[in-house]
Design a protein around this ligand. Structure first.
Ligand SMILES: [Cu+2]
Length: 456
């Protein structure tokens, strides 16, 4: 238990406290600040993306013999409005990592035996439920619900006990094992005091890849093939800071007034979603959420793959602007008919329900329309004053054509690198697209569409 208690019982940002990121907070103090910060984040992301840097896209943790060691950790989550929220998380001890939200993404292959050793350092029992996996064992016995002497449910599966100082036990332990099932994206999360422990951050994603076909989302063949350089994972979640504050203070949370205030993609809220993986100012939130889409061309027919996973309690109606996505896998079930026919379908609003996963492909096919040689229709450009975000910054390339840049006046700082497009993508439950009610924020990111042939 920490001794530093946030200033306000509401869990609102304690604005009077010493700013950890003074430049950023100054930006956020203005009405246009969200967009400014967003621009800066995109520039940082783009610069870091040069080459094959892992600055964006899914970050997979793997382990020798698929034997992972996850330890519980306490830490704090930073939100764009300056709040710092006490949280719990799983850390990949085998990789030497510390607290993170969400927990590490465990990537395995269908049919492999997976072992997860849980080390519990919290003051209460903790367990892990592997959603969608069958035949799970806990310390060698079938994983199954646990009851106390009065037959009340105490845990969905066998838990790792808390440390016992009197007995000299510093870490409680439980070992889970299973054979990875159907390819897909799955939630793993605490099965003990579930409301509280999952809200506090004890969850993560398990990604199961097809055997011998790691660049397919499913076993369904080429219909689910994706570009391995463009694979993304969105772990969607929510935070009620009052619950976290109560737990930090050792009080009993008041669930009757449960009200999530922050909505995250990969543990981050907009505009932090745009920052690269492992951004140094977000030490406990290592996963970014900006998506790069490559247009369809003679040399690129493989779409991006975006894996959506809901670790929260609300439906998240997530949608990208500019193009729909094709759902190829739901909860590890490929969208196939009884005789194996391809029933994948395009969707403009992906309603991700609690505990659910949707794997969707996306490619930009609307290329010719945006090619000046095949479609020389003059498009009226907005006045330069209407292209400015603020002051003398713009993302607009002075051309409506993908991959074409016009002449931006010299006094403009042009953040558009090569005539690429940016489309917003966000939860369409608009209160989920806020940071404690302040829009834009929350469950929101950008999809960047590069010109055919890439951004050179
Ligand atoms: Cu929208």
């Amino acid at each position: 238990m920490t001794s530093s208690i946030p200033a306000k019982a509401t869990g609102r940002p304690a604005r009077a406290s010493a700013p950890r990121f003074p430049a950023r907070r100054r930006l956020l103090a203005t009405a246009t600040a969200g967009l400014l910060a967003l621009g800066a984040a995109v520039v940082a992301q783009s610069a870091a993306h040069a080459g094959s840097s892992p600055s964006e896209g899914i970050v997979c943790d793997t382990a020798v013999n698929n034997t992972f060691t996850l330890g519980t950790r306490t830490g704090s989550v930073s939100t764009p409005d300056g709040n710092s929220i006490y949280s719990w998380g799983f850390a990949d001890e085998g990789a030497g990592h510390g607290f993170q939200l969400p927990g590490p993404t465990l990537c395995v292959t269908s049919g492999d035996v997976v072992t997860v050793v849980l080390h519990n350092t919290l003051t209460e029992p903790v367990s892990i439920v592997f959603h969608g996996q069958s035949g799970v064992t806990a310390n060698g016995s079938p994983a199954q619900p646990q009851f106390d002497a009065q037959h009340a449910l105490t845990s969905l599966v066998q838990a790792a006990a808390p440390p016992d100082a009197d007995a000299g036990v510093k870490v409680g332990s439980m070992t889970y094992s299973f054979t990875a099932g159907s390819p897909g994206t799955y939630l793993y999360a605490s099965g003990t005091d579930v409301n509280k422990q999952v809200q506090m951050g004890l969850f993560g994603a398990l990604v199961v890849r097809p055997k011998d076909h790691p660049h397919q989302a499913t076993n369904a063949g080429t219909s689910a093939t994706f570009n391995p350089d463009h694979e993304y994972l969105f772990v969607l979640s929510e935070i009620d800071p009052d619950i976290h504050l109560a737990v930090e203070r050792g009080e009993t949370p008041d669930w009757s007034s449960y009200q999530p205030r922050y909505f995250m993609i990969n543990g981050r809220s907009m505009p932090d979603t745009l920052a690269p993986n492992n951004a140094t100012y977000l030490p406990g939130q290592p996963y970014g959420a900006m998506v790069h889409i490559q247009p369809y061309s003679a040399t690129n027919s493989a779409p991006a793959l975006i894996r959506y996973l809901n670790a929260g309690t609300e439906n998240y109606p997530f949608h990208p602007h500019g193009s729909d996505e094709r759902i190829v896998n739901i909860d590890g079930h490929p969208t196939l008919g009884p005789t194996g026919q391809d029933l994948s379908y395009n969707k403009f609003d992906l309603n991700v329900q609690p505990g659910q996963s949707l794997d969707a492909t996306m490619i930009w096919t609307d290329v010719d329309q945006w090619n000046p040689s095949t479609n020389p229709i003059p498009t009226k450009l907005p006045a330069i004053t209407d292209q400015l975000l603020v002051g003398t910054d713009t993302w607009f390339s002075e051309s409506p054509y993908l991959g074409v840049k016009g002449n931006v006046p010299t006094y403009i700082t042009d953040n558009n690198q090569c005539g690429e497009y940016y489309h917003i993508a966000h939860s369409h439950a608009l209160q989920q697209a806020t940071n404690y009610g302040a829009t834009f924020g929350g469950m929101m990111t950008l999809y960047r569409i590069d010109p055919p042939g890439g951004c050179k």
